[in-house]
Design a protein around this ligand. Sequence first.
Ligand code: ADE
Ligand code: ZN
Length: 326
Amino acid sequence: NAAQDFIAGLPKAELHLHIEGTLEPETAFALAERNGVKLPYASVEAMRRLYDFKNLEDFLDLYYQATQALLTERDFYDLARAYLDRARDENVRHVEIFFDPQAHMRRGVPFGPVVEGLSAALNDAAREGGPTSRLLMCFLRDLDEADALATLEAARPWLDRITGVGLDSAEAGNPPGKFSEVYERARSLGLRAVAHAGEEGPAAYVAEALDRLKVERIDHGVHAIDDAALVQRLAREQVPLTVCPLSNIRLCVYPDMRAHPIQRLFEAGVVVTVNSDDPAYFGGYVNENYRAIQQAFTLGTAELTQLAKNSFSASFLSNDDKQERI
Ligand code: ADE
Ligand code: ZN
């Protein structure tokens, strides 16, 4: 298929990828066995059969449960290395990876081994054929801000490995403004800022993330489509959205790809990017996400190329590095 080949050949960046969401069931079972941990699923197949999510929270329950397989620095190294190899095979030249330190710290795995394992994998991959990468730590928005502040404090010895902060987990009832103090502190420490907003939550959360958290990009942001003035603002201010099409379908944010607003946002001049979110759970890595929207909206090579260019321009690469790669 010509479109598929074109997508596979496009150099691209991935800016919305939770490393814990790359944990394939086979890997979860292998790591659990290596660690002497018992996962609450009878088999790989039984675990996969649970991948029929009603909404974001339904997914998150399984996603956090599966992290029980991850204990050691080596586990986090292996997890990241497997994803990076796969990304390289899909012509991903640069990736900005989220991780959820609180999901590990609350089950007794300290910050150190998590970040040491991840950053070692990122460095090794960059040296051995790519992709290049950045690490972003997310705060869990269903916990309180004091927990986020303590997590930022725990990260202090490793801030040289971390480019920025993000905000994820259950969105409903957890507005961005709840985290304004920890974001201000993060920015004062030189960290960049992004946040999930407008995934399940309303358009107002997108505006709130911009105004109160001063984020440079919005993760998902699809519900901005419900507010025409906000869409205009995103286009005017060139605020990138890291959109994850397959994720939004699997989590029932939209009933099918034809109903997804990505094409309308793109047409309105928003800097839209295409990403996989949690590819082990949502039925496709990044190229499969490009392919799904290409098919739904019969996108041509010019549009696909623009989306891939957006992924570099929206990244945290230096301006010189962007110029080189676009
Ligand atoms: N954590 C992992 N994936 C997520 C998503 N799509 N939304 C919010 N939190 C997440
Ligand atoms: Zn996400």
